[in-house]
Design a protein around this ligand. Structure first.
Ligand code: ZN
Length: 253
């Protein structure tokens, strides 16, 4: 059994399409999404349709929550993007398609446990909103302890847009440190972040995702090039999406 882990698509259709195409060669049996399908990007409706079609389930990210319910603790640009995003769904009217879409969005889950994996968008402590940053492994021992206390074996998280593996040492390993492969083992707990499909922030603009190989007991990290320029142009053409939301994609930050 092999599971594709997608997260933080952020309405970036070009990145999502490239990732799904890349996954065509990875022998994957199922897809899951760790949230933030919405927010920042220019194609929220089509991204939701693709995730709904492909993924067994998706989690509720803070940007999904912001667009569907209420943007809380957002900066001005993110709040404006959230209202614009909601308007795109409302503009679809009351067709059967639109209703199915609302139903899917209404079913987004806050936490899911499958096999030995606890899945949340943020952290096991605060599932929707808390960030678990790579530097927390060094700077925040109490936070790390409290988070790992809530993890029985393994957890999958998104939200920071930084791919990698936290262990309960605590330590953080970037995919580069691991040759893009981490093997689960009995002597440590691990929290895996697959990185962001649609808005990477680790200075690598390529879309990021991961695959869990359950039989071999490992996780593989992948990066995929996509047509960033098209997305930047779309964002620049939408007044409600500030230009920076496009520009940052070019640098992966
Ligand atoms: Zn996000």
């Amino acid at each position: 059994m092999r599971t594709a882990i997608l997260s933080d698509v952020h309405a970036n259709l070009e990145a999502l399409t490239a990732v799904l195409e890349d996954l065509g060669q990875r022998n994957v049996d199922r897809f899951i999404c760790l949230g933030d399908i919405l927010g920042y990007g220019p194609d929220p409706v089509r991204c939701v349709d693709l995730i709904a079609e492909k993924c067994e389930w998706s989690l509720m990210g803070n940007h999904d929550f912001g667009a569907l319910y209420e943007p809380t603790n957002f900066n001005v640009a993110a709040e404006q993007a959230a209202y614009w995003t909601r308007a795109q769904f409302e503009a679809e009217g009351d067709s059967e398609e639109a209703r199915a879409r609302w139903e899917f969005l209404g079913r987004l889950r806050v936490r899911v446990q499958f096999d030995s994996f606890l899945c949340v968008h943020g952290t096991p402590r605060r599932p929707i909103n808390e960030y678990l940053f790579p530097e927390d492994a060094i700077n925040s021992p109490v936070k790390m302890q409290q988070i790992f206390d809530r993890v029985e074996r393994y957890a999958l998280v998104g939200h920071t847009h930084w791919p990698g593996v936290f262990t309960d040492e605590p330590d953080f390993y970037r995919p580069d440190d691991l040759d893009d492969n981490y093997t689960f083992n009995d002597h440590e707990k691990a929290i895996i972040n697959p990185g962001s499909v649609g808005q990477p922030r680790d200075s690598d603009p390529r879309a990021s995702y991961a695959v869990i190989d359950h039989d071999e007991g490992k996780v593989e990290f992948y990066r995929v090039e996509y047509d960033v320029d098209s997305v930047v142009s779309k964002i620049h053409a939408i007044p409600e999406l500030t230009d920076w939301l496009g520009d940052r994609l070019l640098e992966g930050r």
